[in-house]
Design a binder for this molecule. Structure first.
Ligand SMILES: Cc1ncc(COP(=O)(O)O)c(C=O)c1O
Length: 380
């Protein structure tokens, strides 16, 4: 299979929209030029609608993890107690970053495949008044779980704590009302619902969080949010930005607005429902508890067949790339990404190919039943 025939159905990186690809091919410009400044500021202004915030959006060249580390490095002073809600690999990563910065990390772990109950957050905050901030993941990519950020946000606000959300694999595909839901720091990355290549992290900070950031004496340099804030006043970034990716970001946000955020959220829910209907019809076991099913990725349990063999056939025969499991789920599940530059058409073709792969590994089901179930969801 040639590289031109790769169909990414992983939860990031996702396919890059051709319009975005073309925008990124524009000739290079000086990042301190008036032309670039104008484009940067217009783009960051637009990004406020993505985050649903009145706050400034800052952009850093780095992957999503750079954004997560930026949140921690600026907010956490060694010795601070923080509560990290862990529903999978990325919650675990937040906990590791916080520990690396010297935080006293309290974890609220749930069984993987389950989401966080806001009442459990309430209990954890009641039990330990020293907690300064709560860290959560909106869509836990490793398990296909969507957490109730609005519900958790309500609890965190009641307790007057800071609330940090990893929206790397959700922003643009799932509703997140940063200001209304009381999110103090929100982070996303370029290679997911934004339909861009990897390499950018976007971050927004509430007034309350700025107070904590300004008071924090932690050493930091490239990831110092204060430097990004200061540069914004001069319509620039503190260091050379990823110019081509920012051209792409401008195009991505324009596309999302043309489509309409509400329509994007609806399309992701539809794709999720099509995939889940197919998985059910094919008698495959879900990994994720139904009520927490993420609109951007669906995790399927192996057991009865080898998920790695299915992934191999999909990749070799159709050029369709599915994701495997991470950490202890390696070899146990496969994940279908349905995020970003994807439509119901891609779901139908992915399910049709999946049926072929499943037959080849000996899984028993009626051929066509998965596609049919997805078509029925599509027809409504
Ligand atoms: C929810 C979530 N958080 C954080 C990350 C880390 O982002 P990156 O791999 O770009 O550093 C990812 C990447 O898959 C993710 O899905």
């Amino acid at each position: 299979m040639s590289f031109e025939h790769i169909h990414l159905r992983i939860p990031g990186p996702t396919p890059v929209a051709p319009r975005i690809q073309r925008a990124m091919n524009r000739p290079m410009v000086g990042h301190r030029s008036g032309e670039f400044s104008k484009m940067l500021m217009e783009t960051l202004e637009r990004a406020k609608r993505l985050f649903q915030t009145e706050q400034d959006i800052m952009v850093v060249s780095g992957s999503g993890t750079a954004g997560l580390e930026m949140a921690v490095a600026n907010l956490v002073t060694p010795g601070d107690t923080v509560l990290v809600l862990v529903t999978g690999v990325f919650g675990d990563r937040f906990a590791k970053i916080a520990a690396a910065y010297g935080a006293n990390v309290k974890r609220l772990d749930v069984e993987w495949g389950m989401g966080i109950d806001p009442d459990a957050v309430q209990e954890a905050l009641t039990a330990d008044p020293a907690i300064k901030a709560v860290f959560a993941t909106q869509s836990e990519t490793s398990t296909g779980v969507a957490n109730d950020i609005e519900g958790i946000g309500k609890v965190v606000r009641e307790f007057g704590k800071l609330f940090v959300v990893d929206a790397v694999s959700s922003l643009g595909a799932m509703e997140l009302k940063m200001d209304e839901w009381g999110v103090d720091i929100c982070v996303t990355g370029s290679q997911k619902a934004l339909m861009l290549p990897p390499g950018l992290a976007l971050i927004a900070v509430s007034e309350l969080a700025w107070k904590a950031i300004d008071a924090n004496q932690n050493p930091r340099f490239y990831l110092d949010l204060r430097a990004y804030k200061k540069s914004l006043k001069d319509q620039t970034t503190p260091y050379t930005p990823a110019v081509s990716l920012i051209y792409g970001l401008a195009e991505s946000l324009a596309m999302l607005e043309e489509v309409g955020y509400e329509n994007s959220f609806r399309r992701h829910l539809l794709m999720r429902d099509m995939v889940r209907a197919a998985v059910k019809a094919l008698r495959l076991p879900f990994f994720t508890e139904e009520t927490y099913a993420s609109p951007t990725v669906t995790a399927v349990n192996g057991g009865g067949f080898d998920p790695e063999a299915v992934r191999k056939i999909m990749r070799q025969e159709f050029g369709i790339v599915l994701a495997g499991g991470q950490q202890h789920l390696k070899g146990k599940i496969f994940r279908i990404g349905h995020m970003g530059y994807m439509t119901p058409l891609e779901m139908l073709s992915t399910i049709a190919a999946l049926e072929v792969a499943l037959k080849k590994v000996g899984w028993e089901f009626e051929l066509g039943s998965g596609v049919r179930a997805a078509q029925e969801v599509l027809l409504g």
